[in-house]
Write a protein that binds this ligand. Structure first.
Ligand code: SF4
Length: 315
């Protein structure tokens, strides 16, 4: 169900702090049972997650054009991107060059510098990240070739045209034959457990899509937390993956209904309400959003300095 608006703004009033949303670009269509074309909702895990977290943030990110200005880049996103790219490039090397000695070159080569407080903090975080990578590759067999590294998988359902980029897709021997495993790297400071792996809609959608793309069972999902060197895993069933897909479809229907409301002249603030909370301190649109603007924000480097990190797209 679409959330009610906390603003109480009457229909037709312009969006506070934002621009009037436009309908999205043309979407793929398929024929419904009655012969009428039905639009599929084109989405990534980030897109669905943005709406689930806060419909207003979704609107600022995906609907309003031009998009409102974002805040400055976050150091924790830079860190996450740097580590992800280093691991991607590790697997791009020939097997005999996948050695710990190459890690400083890999990490330096694609290090993202944005968001740090100063050079000293950036150097300290670089050393931290290098230590994570050294410990992580120490536990890898360099001869292992994943089925996919930063591999895009896509699938269509009756509602969704889903696509997403999985950090890694491993091929492993399962009890019933070869199977695939979705691996997601995490660099946040917060520890992760099996409930995080079980509850991750993104991982479930990757698994659902990978199974169809590669025509091989893909039920296991793993969160590899580099700072702690731990792996949080969950083994899905056909039914649990189907439940996650249904939830994603439900979110997609809510989003399409909100966008239709706006296209029909409804109040964009009401269609995409704010959901203020602790997450606002880390929101890129806090300065634009009427709810977020009243709340204290975080410094761009706060999450790499402090034990409590926010959820991020890159971590
Ligand atoms: S500041 Fe908070 S309420 Fe506003 S868009 Fe961001 S997350 Fe949503």
């Amino acid at each position: 169900m679409r959330r009610p608006s906390p603003t109480g703004r009457p229909a037709g009033r312009p969006a506070a702090g934002g621009r009037a949303p436009r309908p999205r670009d043309a979407q793929p269509e398929q024929l419904g049972f009655d012969g009428m074309p039905e639009r599929l909702f084109v989405c990534t895990p980030s897109k669905l997650g943005a709406y689930a977290d806060c419909p207003r943030r979704y609107r600022y990110t995906y609907v309003d054009r031009p998009a409102p200005p974002k805040g400055p880049p976050w150091a924790h996103n830079s860190l996450g991107a740097s580590v992800h790219t280093a691991l991607k490039n590790w697997y791009a090397l020939p097997v005999d060059r996948r050695r710990p000695e190459v890690l400083p070159t890999l990490l330096k080569g694609t290090w993202v510098r944005d968001g740090y407080r100063d050079d000293e903090q950036e150097r300290e975080v670089y050393r931290r990240a290098l230590g994570w990578l050294e410990a992580y590759v120490d536990g890898l067999d360099p001869a292992d070739e994943p089925v996919g590294v930063e591999r895009v998988v896509a699938v269509k359902t009756g509602v969704l045209a889903f696509n997403g980029r999985a950090d890694r897709i491993d091929g492993r021997a399962g009890s019933d034959g070869p199977e695939l495993v979705i691996v997601d790297y995490k660099t946040g400071r917060t520890g992760l457990d099996a409930d995080d792996a079980r509850g991750s809609q993104a991982l479930a959608l990757y698994a659902y899509a990978a199974e169809r793309v590669f025509r091989r069972p893909c039920r296991r999902v793993e969160l590899h937390h580099l700072p702690s060197g731990t792996v949080a895993a969950h083994d899905h069933t056909v039914e649990s993956l189907a439940r996650q897909v249904s939830r994603a479809e439900e979110t997609a229907r809510d989003i399409m209904a909100a966008e239709r409301t706006v296209a029909d002249g409804g109040d964009p603030d009401e269609a995409f309400p704010t959901t203020p909370g602790p997450r606002c301190a880390w929101c890129d649109y806090r300065r634009t959003c009427p709810a977020g603007a009243t709340l204290p924000g975080k410094e761009p480097w706060a999450a790499v300095d402090r034990p409590a990190a926010p959820p991020t797209e890159q971590d």
